[in-house]
Design a protein around this ligand. Structure first.
Ligand code: SF4
Length: 330
């Protein structure tokens, strides 16, 4: 590990200013950053520790939604009674991620900003455009079983690793930030992540030093919520494919459905045209196939990850069918 300077943040605005210097970085739970620093995947020269800022809680908002503290631990968020009762898809997604020890340290903001776990990103001897722009992508013809099949480019096929962010996507979360100059903004999560294109080193639309200060959720939509995750082992594994869903319907008929996928894209993958295709339709093979076609438009594997395409189709069909049969699939 290389040497770096360190300071404790005293408030969000000054933390944003302090981290906006060249080589500056925030650290909160440190569950991702410290691993990357040890491997020299990230080499910040100045760390701004957010750990002594108030973590924030879960607070009901006037519109019937909730605001969530940026520094709240994933464990606390998953266990919150309001989240468990009104946003169970979020609680389930959080509990499907990582391990209890990691969830006790990881924060809301840090979870949203996790870097990919593509094996070449974490190996500084390998070519990786996300880690070092312009060097190439060893995953294209290499070990890509965990990599993405939609939204990718010839420069990067990395998958986003978060479970929590998939649930946030289906719940239409809004991310609140403060800039180094003190300006605040609210970013809908659908506009928060970037596709890799030819700039895969940029994961989000955040500017240097811009700090996430909280997340808000609108009132929960009607329907059965659930998070289904297929992975190589039952715990402490990233998703091969996951789906966060909110499905309203009964008797085999869908009234409306929302779904976002993890494991298949460079960010939580949601296609509203696929949801619209299922509005007021029977959940039969034809409608579910059509919705999957729209969800997976342009999907392409790179060999070892080809299986994710049929796996996503089957998982979507199972999630929607089960929900409208009246059985909670969570
Ligand atoms: Fe790097 Fe992306 Fe290629 Fe993985 S897929 S090696 S993260 S450029």
């Amino acid at each position: 590990m290389r040497s770096f300077t360190y300071e404790r943040a005293i408030d969000p605005a000054s933390a944003a200013r302090a981290a906006s210097v060249a080589g500056g970085s925030f650290i909160a739970g440190g569950t991702n950053l410290l691993d990357m620093m040890k491997l020299e995947v990230e080499t910040p020269s100045h760390l701004v520790d957010l750990g002594r800022l108030p973590p924030g809680g879960v607070i009901q908002t006037a519109d019937g939604g909730v605001s969530i503290g940026a520094g709240l631990s994933n464990s606390a968020l998953a266990a919150d009674p309001i989240i468990r009762d009104r946003y169970p898809v979020l609680s389930q997604a959080l509990l499907a991620g990582a391990s209890p020890q990691l969830r006790n340290k990881a924060t809301t903001a840090g979870n949203l900003l996790q870097r990919t776990r593509c094996v070449y990103f974490f190996d500084t001897a390998k070519a990786c455009n996300k880690r070092q722009p312009g060097t190439g992508c060893d995953a294209l013809a290499g070990y890509n079983r965990m990599n993405a099949v939609v939204g990718v480019s010839n420069d990067c096929i990395a998958a986003h690793p978060s479970d929590m962010a998939v649930a946030m996507m289906v719940l239409d979360a809004t991310i609140e930030t403060v800039s180094p100059g003190g300006a605040t903004r609210r970013i809908p999560i659908a506009q928060f992540y970037r596709l890799p294109g030819n700039t895969p080193h940029l994961d989000t639309v955040l500017a240097p030093g811009e700090l996430i200060t909280g997340v808000t959720l609108p009132p929960p939509p009607p329907g059965i919520q659930g998070y289904r995750k297929i992975r190589d082992r039952a715990s402490y594994a990233f998703a091969l494919v996951s789906i966060a869903s909110v499905v309203d319907g009964s008797g085999g008929q869908v009234r409306q459905a929302r779904f976002a996928c993890g494991g298949i894209g460079p960010h939580p993958w949601r296609v509203t045209a696929a949801e619209t295709a299922l509005t007021n339709t029977p959940a039969n093979a034809a409608s579910l196939d059509h919705a999957a076609d729209l969800l997976l438009a342009g999907a392409a594997g790179h060999g070892a990850n080809d299986f994710k395409i049929p796996m996503t189709r089957r998982l979507l069909a199972q999630v929607v069918s089960t929900a409208v049969e009246g059985t909670n699939h969570g």
